[in-house]
Design a protein around this ligand. Sequence first.
Ligand code: UDP
Ligand code: MG
Length: 320
Amino acid sequence: MRKISVVIPCFNEEEALPVYYSEMCKVMRRMPGTEFELLFVDDGSSDRTLAVLKGLCEADRRCKYLSFSRNFGKEAALYAGLKNAQGDYVATMDVDLQDPPGLLPEMYRILEEEAYDSVATRRATRTGEPKIRSFLSESFYKFMNRISKTEIVNGARDYRLMKRKMVDAVLGMSEYNRFSKGIFEWVGFRTKWLEFQNVGRCAGETKWTVKKLFLYSLEGITGFSVAPLSLAAVVGVLFCILAFFMILVIVVRTVIWGDPVSGWPSLACIIFLVSGIQLFCTGIVGQYLSKTYLETKHRPIFILKDSSEEDERTHEKVSV
Ligand code: UDP
Ligand code: MG
């Protein structure tokens, strides 16, 4: 019998968890020929998420949990989940029902019957999302795909079902600065895309502020493209050419009309412009340098504080 592991990152999701679990139970009932493992990852929640998870794990042997020592972010939670998942197939899914669990049987059927290694999902629409957020996201995908060889699908969710081989490949990329949408593409394998209509959160609030999203998009850009690093060189060359012609013009003008002291405001503007561009380029180099710096420290991607396995071990000791 095939085993499907579902990795579910949870950060302050006490309200969404029970709704998600009952929805998942319905889906699991629709797939009688498979064994399930629901692997919840508590990403350092400060509400009752962990207590709810412990309750679920006690009531249902298919549920397991990992709990972080602090909030490490969704990417770290996904990595921890994939690392601990034991299934032949592994799915990653949000807990807020924005990734409809009802698609899982179809995804499973595709992997079983068709020659694909993974089934991924994307939102066909962004209805219900603030306009400015949609605009920024769309611009990000356009920019990203222009400067990176790794194609990031617009509207792609982190909701997908993968075969074991692909999971192992993803785990092989143990970088500290993680951008899953890029990693899933980078490892290759044959992926089928399913589309679904955007749905709102079932409970609770989004954990992503515009600032967090912006930093995350930088992660994507620096993680999967080095094109911005060439910006300084390109702009530098353009400015050299421009300067050459300006020198020519000034020399000719001085020879013909003499050199009255004038034009300092334009000079000041040029100095401001060029030093602005220089600082901007240094900033880009700084971004890459800081990522490299963090990467060379080899810090762990997550730190576990508690897990259902540990719980079981202590229970066993007590009962012995
Ligand atoms: N999440 C997480 N750690 C975080 C932020 C979010 O594990 O630091 C989880 C969250 O519990 C949810 C999923 O990641 O299961 C997606 O988060 P959210 O719904 O807030 O994002 P959105 O759907 O608005 O992009
Ligand atoms: Mg969500």
